[in-house]
Design a binder for this molecule. Structure first.
Ligand code: SAM
Length: 233
């Protein structure tokens, strides 16, 4: 349960350097004045919620080589697997290569403490790929999309930022659409724009679940939502 999980008190308290060693900022000599001993040159901008075995991260890393991306995964061994996977890819790319240095995975319950990790407006993309469906009505509160959680996603996403969702469970797709449609901070991205977005192809083809669904010739339901500007008051 949660007592085994560690959370930073605030985003500034998180030691990101160990996850993105190639992105640690040059020392300025002023570090003693900040809570963060080893700040990064740039912030994490892309988050994959419930990243599973890391297929999306590994495929997205070379496509968005200048963006820092982070997978959040609740299962300890799955998290360790993804960390090893990324570490091996970095090693394979060799010293001096920046390949896969922009991707990392941490163990976290994304349904709790998301604001401890990310500042307001920090993120440009949040991926929610094949989340657990929790079919029974009494289990719906365990779903990763809800009015409350959507407000947390809205907080962390900058205006113009996008939430990407995909599932093979039509009822869950409808649930996600209903909750994002109802939320004042989000507007649905047009079908045209969805099809033109290269991240959508990655989400369909490179996630482990996406591959499984393709093998079984199942359907995949995609919906994207854009974070609106906050109203001017
Ligand atoms: N996104 C991956 C994919 O498309 O292949 C994995 C999908 S899998 C069906 C759902 C994943 O979400 C599992 O790995 C599960 O452990 C993880 N998960 C479930 N609840 C979570 C939570 N509250 N925080 C972080 N990860 C969670």
């Amino acid at each position: 349960s949660d007592h085994a999980l560690e959370y930073p008190v605030s985003p500034a308290d998180m030691d990101w350097a160990k996850y993105y060693p190639a992105y640690v900022a040059e020392s300025t000599g002023d570090e003693a004045n900040t809570t963060q001993q080893r700040p990064l040159k740039q912030d994490v901008e892309i988050v994959d919620i419930g990243c599973g075995y890391g297929g999306l991260l590994v495929a997205l890393s070379p496509i968005l080589p200048n963006k820092l991306m982070l997978g959040l995964e609740i299962r300890t061994q799955v998290t360790a697997f993804v960390q090893e996977r990324i570490y091996a890819l970095r090693k394979q790319a060799g010293d001096g290569s920046s390949a896969y240095q922009n991707a990392a995975c941490i163990r976290a319950n994304s349904m709790k403490f998301l604001p401890n990790f990310f500042k307001k407006d920090q993120l440009s993309k949040i991926f929610i790929c094949f989340p657990d469906p929790h079919f029974k009505a009494r289990k719906h509160k365990a779903r990763i999309v809800s009015t409350t959680l959507n407000s947390e996603y809205a907080f962390a996403l900058r205006p113009g930022g996008i939430v990407y969702t995909i599932t093979d469970v039509e009822a869950l797709h409808e649930w996600m659409v209903e909750h994002f449609d109802a939320h004042p901070s989000f507007e649905r991205v047009s079908e045209e724009e969805v099809e033109a977005d290269p991240c959508v192809a990655v989400m369909r083809a490179e996630t482990e679940e996406g591959k499984k669904v393709a093998r079984n010739k199942g359907l995949k339901f995609v919906a994207l939502y854009r974070r609106r500007e906050d109203p001017p008051w």
